[in-house]
Design a protein around this ligand. Structure first.
Ligand code: NAD
Ligand code: DAU
Length: 344
């Protein structure tokens, strides 16, 4: 339970139909009864209202379809609700897509964030939290961790667009006194993650006896965090974070991709012959690892879910919710898959 020193009546959550956003809305409604939650989402290929079915009848939950980069629309929404706080999840989030077509990443992650900042400033929002990523720091060698003081060195169009939005957030705090907060998190996993991302892709492919595409030598390392732990950290920063600050959030679970793929195969009782080494991702960051000591010391947050339990729950969720991800891969996602893997 978050200790609150701030009272919000209305909160705008953007990108709430995506993976982390829908998990956050669920946690937030449960934890902060009586706060009105407005979910603004464009419903791109990654937005899915099916993921919010269990909460759509909650009287404190309100959905609006719209674009965070649409100035007139965003202004109308603020005029109607006069938000006390904003949590900006809305983004184009997939690195491979940013390599195939960066424009949408600039439109949403850069222009969209700027639009939200401008309107939030105009309406005097109490707290603006930008949900960012460890990818803005670039890549690590075999040792060391990213701290909040690590210099920004993004390597993909996705991470460059996120770094740009982080800088805009900083500028709106420094120049215009907008009370901003920024969180930077490592790789999330858990229920409702779109099956283009590594873990759900590996699970879905294994369940269908399809090959598991491993980029390069499979030795790239990611620091995995269960999505509920990320949501818990965002909630802690939203209510108790110090204005203008950046908070790193990590899971403390560094795992090479090939080990993760083998673990998933073993959990599903599938053979390692399904592993297929494919061409590497251009500019592929080698290793991410987060130093989360600031948020641990200042806000008393730490991840609660052991990786062994989190991955078990996640594999089970995809087994139990085949309909959810099969509907996705039978549609638009197929076109993207063909584009990337030549229809294999
Ligand atoms: P996602 O792709 O699953 O969801 C993104 C959501 O944003 C979708 O519902 C989409 O419809 C919506 N959206 C996209 N463009 C929009 C626009 N212009 N206006 C309104 N809505 C729009 O992404 P996710 O994995 O849930 O990530 C959420 C946020 O967290 C992103 O900002 C991402 O950069 C950040 N993040 C993700 C991770 C991770 O591991 N997934 C880690 C750290 C930070
Ligand atoms: O670190 C936080 C970031 O994590 C978020 O900011 C991004 O929104 C999120 O997409 C994620 O980015 P990654 O590029 O790390 O995640 P992805 O799931 O795409 O890939 C994880 C690792 O697995 C990476 O090293 C690339 C590799 N990979 C990925 C895919 C899709 C494969 O080997 N094969 C694949 O098919």
């Amino acid at each position: 339970m978050t200790l609150t020193n701030t009272n919000f009546k209305t909160v705008l959550i953007t990108g709430g139909a995506g993976f982390i956003g829908n998990n956050f809305i669920r946690l937030f409604l449960e934890r902060h009864k009586g706060v009105e939650v407005v979910n603004l989402d464009k419903l791109t290929y990654a937005g899915n209202l099916e993921s919010l079915r269990d909460i759509e009848s909650n009287p404190s939950y309100h959905f609006y379809k719209g674009d965070i980069a649409d100035d007139a629309f965003v202004r109308r929404l603020f005029n109607e609700w006069h938000f006390d706080a904003v949590v900006n999840f809305a983004a184009e989030s997939h690195v491979d897509r940013s390599i195939l077509g960066p424009s949408a990443f600039i439109d949403t992650n850069v222009r969209g964030t700027m639009t939200l900042l401008e309107v939030a400033r105009e309406f005097g929002v109490g707290r603006f939290l930008q949900v960012s990523t460890d990818e803005v720091y670039g890549s690590l060698g075999a040792t060391g961790k990213f701290t909040e003081l690590t210099h920004i060195a993004p390597n993909s169009p996705y991470s460059a667009s996120k770094a740009s939005s982080d800088f805009l957030v900083r500028a709106w705090w420094k120049t215009f006194d907008l009370p901003t907060l920024t969180t930077r998190c490592s790789n999330n996993y858990g229920p409702y993650q779109f099956p283009e991302k590594f873990i759900p892709l590996m699970i879905a492919n294994a369940m269908q006896d399809k090959n598991l595409p491993i980029y390069g030598d499979g030795m790239n390392v990611r620091d995995w965090i269960y999505v509920d732990d990320h949501c818990d950290a965002i909630d802690a920063v939203l209510y108790n974070g110090k204005i203008g600050e950046i908070y790193n959030i990590g899971g403390g679970n560094e795992i090479p991709n090939i080990e993760m793929a083998k673990l998933i195969l073993s959990k599903l009782g599938k053979p390692e012959t399904l592993l297929e080494y494919v061409k590497d991702r251009p500019g592929h960051d080698r290793r991410y690892a987060m130093d989360s000591s600031k948020i641990e010391k200042e806000l008393g947050w730490k991840p609660a879910k052991a990786f062994s339990e989190g991955i078990e729950l996640t594999v089970k969720w995809y087994l139990d919710n085949e309909k959810w991800w099969k509907r996705i891969i039978s549609g638009e996602y197929q076109d993207y898959y063909k584009l990337q893997y030549g229809g294999r």
